[in-house]
Design a protein around this ligand. Structure first.
Ligand code: SAM
Length: 244
C-alpha cells in the first residue's frame, strides 16, 4: 500500500497533506475494499487479479491516476461508467469522501456486491446504479447532463465510449477516459463521436512509467455543447455501429 500513497503524493492530490487521520482512514478503506473484493471473487468473478501487490498497482494506483487533475479536484458529482469491480470509481471515492460518486454498470449482481461492500466499509459517498449507459443517459434518463465528471476504464473503444459517457455530463463537465499506452488511433476514430455528442478534446496525460505495460493515457474531453436528443442511440448501437 506504500506505493499507492507514494503515487498519491507524487500526483500532488493533497498538497501538504492528507493529515494523519485522513490517511489512516483511507488506508483502512483501501485494505478492506481489497479484502472484500478478493473474498467475493471466489464466488463471483470481480477481478482476474488475485495477487495483492498486483491488485494495488493495477486497480488502486491505476484508478487514482486522474486524482491530481484540476477537473477531478473541482468536481462534486462524478460518474463511473462500466464500473465492474468498482474501478476507477471506488478508489477515487476513498480519496475524496466529500465528493459524490455514482457507479454505473449493466451487470446487477456485481454492482450489488460493490454497493454492499462499500456500505460495510463506510465508503458512504457512492451510489450504485444498475442499467445501461444508453438508457440512463438517454433523452428521458434521470442521469442525463447531470455530472461534473465522468470516468471510465476498460469498457469500449473511444468512439463508443464517448457516445456512452458524454451525454451524462453537464455542459462544462469533463470526461476522463482511461486508455492504453497508444491512444492516438482511438482518438482519431473517436473524433466524430466526441464532436457530435457535444465534446471537445482537451489533452492527453501520460500516466505511470512509460516503459510499464500498465501505463495509461488519460484522455480529457470537455463538454462544450448540450448533447443532441438522438444520442446516445439505443442500447448496443454505440458499440455495434460506432459513430464515424
Ligand atoms: N471499469 C472496470 C475496470 O476497469 O476494472 C470494469 C471493466 S469491465 C471490462 C467492463 C464493464 O462495463 C462490465 O462490468 C460491463 O458490465 C460494463 N458495461 C459494458 N457496457 C456497458 C453499458 N453500455 N452500460 C453500462 N455498463 C456497461
Amino acid at each position: 500500500m506504500k506505493r499507492l500513497f507514494d503515487t498519491i503524493e507524487k500526483l500532488n492530490v493533497f498538497p501538504g497533506g492528507p493529515d494523519k487521520e485522513a490517511a489512516e482512514e483511507m488506508n483502512r478503506k483501501f485494505a478492506a475494499y481489497m479484502d472484500g473484493i478478493l473474498e467475493w471473487n471466489d464466488k463471483i468473478n470481480l477481478t482476474a487479479i488475485t495477487d495483492r501487490d498486483e491488485f494495488v498497482v493495477r486497480h488502486f494506483i491505476d484508478s487514482v491516476l486522474s486524482a491530481g487533475s484540476p477537473e477531478i479536484k473541482v468536481a462534486k458529482l462524478i460518474a463511473d461508467v462500466g464500473t465492474g469491480g468498482g474501478f476507477p470509481g471506488v478508489p477515487l471515492a476513498i480519496l475524496f469522501p466529500e465528493k459524490k460518486f455514482v457507479l454505473i454498470d449493466s451487470l446487477a449482481k456485481r454492482l450489488k456486491i460493490i454497493e454492499e461492500l462499500c456500505g460495510s466499509i463506510g465508503i458512504g459517498n457512492v451510489t450504485a446504479v444498475h442499467g445501461r449507459a444508453e438508457d440512463l443517459a438517454g433523452k428521458k434518463g434521470e442521469y442525463r447532463e447531470k455530472f461534473d465528471c465522468v470516468v471510465s476504464r476498460a469498457v469500449a473503444s473511444m468512439a463508443a465510449l464517448s457516445e456512452l459517457c458524454i451525454p451524462f455530463l453537464r455542459v462544462g463537465g469533463t470526461f476522463i477516459a482511461y486508455k492504453g499506452n497508444d491512444p492516438e488511433k482511438e482518438l482519431n476514430e473517436g473524433t466524430a463521436a466526441i464532436e457530435v455528442t457535444g465534446g471537445r478534446f482537451i489533452r492527453t496525460e501520460q500516466a505511470g512509467e512509460p516503459d510499464d505495460s500498465l501505463a495509461h493515457t488519460l484522455i480529457y474531453i470537455r463538454k462544450e455543447k448540450k448533447t443532441p436528443d438522438r444520442y446516445p442511440r439505443k442500447a448496443g448501437d454505440p458499440v455495434r455501429k460506432p459513430i464515424k
